[in-house]
Ligand binder design. Structure first.
Ligand code: NAP
Length: 301
């Protein structure tokens, strides 16, 4: 299937282009970018022109930040294209609900991707937890924003979500593996004095679940989830890539998250189905609604 990639930035180059190249299902048929291109692939500057001229391309994959993405997605859906959204699926929940309704009306596939759910340990963690009684869940997601988002000021602009940009990956795993729904009950958000979005967050949920997100961690990076149950303890390390149960390695492997996303998109298009789960974004929205605000030191890249 032919796919057009829109927004040739960090994640497009790091993950989407190699995942498409390695897949037997997909051909990268066009890019749309204000400045970038991919060698050997038709390059458009004008998105409307690509949609109008390349009617042979049925799928559009949007690798843009959340702020501009809704308008691009709506245009693609209304032009009869199947759409794959980077995470988070919208700046707001209303954007996601609107896109889902529009896709259904147009009879096209909408896939709101959560790449972390494709990590090696996630499916076996979900299977192990399915019949367990959970007593405590601790999420620690601490990374260096300068390393993962160098110079990307959009993360600190309204709609960029700040530390929830990585934190929502943790929430996408937690909401996938736990056998019960959870709800946020309290949050403390730390905003740099010169920025619009938080650089750290401390979240308390129902059912013994808590999470700490921090974007100021230099040196080793931490993406861990620990689940304590009445029948043992589960640890997910490295963003879900490595699963340990009661201290014993249970699953691990090389990165295959984006390969998994494109395989799933191929299945969805073939089945005429959509996959839009906004649950992780619900918790982020609730953190902004319930969170108390702390002002911390100004941040510059
Ligand atoms: P990025 O490199 O800053 O931006 C991606 C591309 O989007 C830019 O190169 C630009 O493409 C286009 N763009 C940016 N602002 C735009 C605007 N206002 N209007 C139109 N186009 C615009 O961001 P990224 O790190 O790739 O992140 C993009 C999305 O992927 C985010 O939702 C992020 O959460 C997700 N993601 C990122 C990572 C990561 O490690 N960075 C990992 C997983 C998921 P052109 O210059 O080509 O027009």
């Amino acid at each position: 299937m032919k796919v057009a990639l829109v927004g040739i930035g960090k994640i497009a180059r790091d993950q989407h282009v190699p995942a498409i190249a390695d897949s037997g299902d997909w051909e990268l048929a066009a890019t749309v970018s204000r400045s970038g291109s991919v060698t050997g692939v038709a390059a458009f500057h004008d998105y409307d022109a690509m949609l109008a001229e390349r009617t042979d391309i049925p799928v559009v994959s949007l690798c843009l930040p959340p702020q501009p993405r809704f308008d691009y997605a709506l245009k693609a859906i209304r032009a009869g294209r199947h759409v794959m959204l980077e995470k988070p699926p919208g700046q707001t929940l209303a954007e996601v609900h609107t896109l889902a309704a529009e896709a259904e009306k147009a009879g096209v596939t909408l896939f709101a991707t959560w790449h972390s759910r494709m990590a090696h340990g996630v499916a076996p963690a979900k299977a192990w937890l399915a019949d367990k009684t959970i007593t405590k869940v601790t999420v620690t997601w601490k990374e260096d924003v300068r390393r993962w988002h160098p110079g990307q000021d959009w993360v600190f602009e309204p709609g960029g979500m700040g530390v929830f940009d990585p934190g929502i990956n943790a929430l996408s795993i937690v909401t996938e593996i736990l056998p019960m729904p959870i709800r946020l009950t309290a949050a403390v958000l730390e905003f740099p004095a010169n920025r619009h979005t938080p650089i750290a967050a401390n979240l308390t949920f129902s059912d013994g679940v808590s999470a700490v997100f921090d974007w100021r961690q230099e040196g080793p990076q931490t993406w861990d989830i620990t689940v304590e149950t009445t029948a043992g303890r589960l640890d997910l390390h490295d963003g879900g890539a490595r699963l340990v149960i009661d201290g014993a390695p249970a699953a691990a492997g090389p990165d295959r998250e984006y390969a998994g996303l494109y395989a799933r998109m191929a299945e969805l298009v073939k089945a005429g189905a959509s996959d839009v789960d906004a649950t992780p974004l619900v918790h982020v929205a609730d953190a902004f609604m319930l969170g108390s605000r702390r002002t911390v030191l100004p941040f510059e890249f």
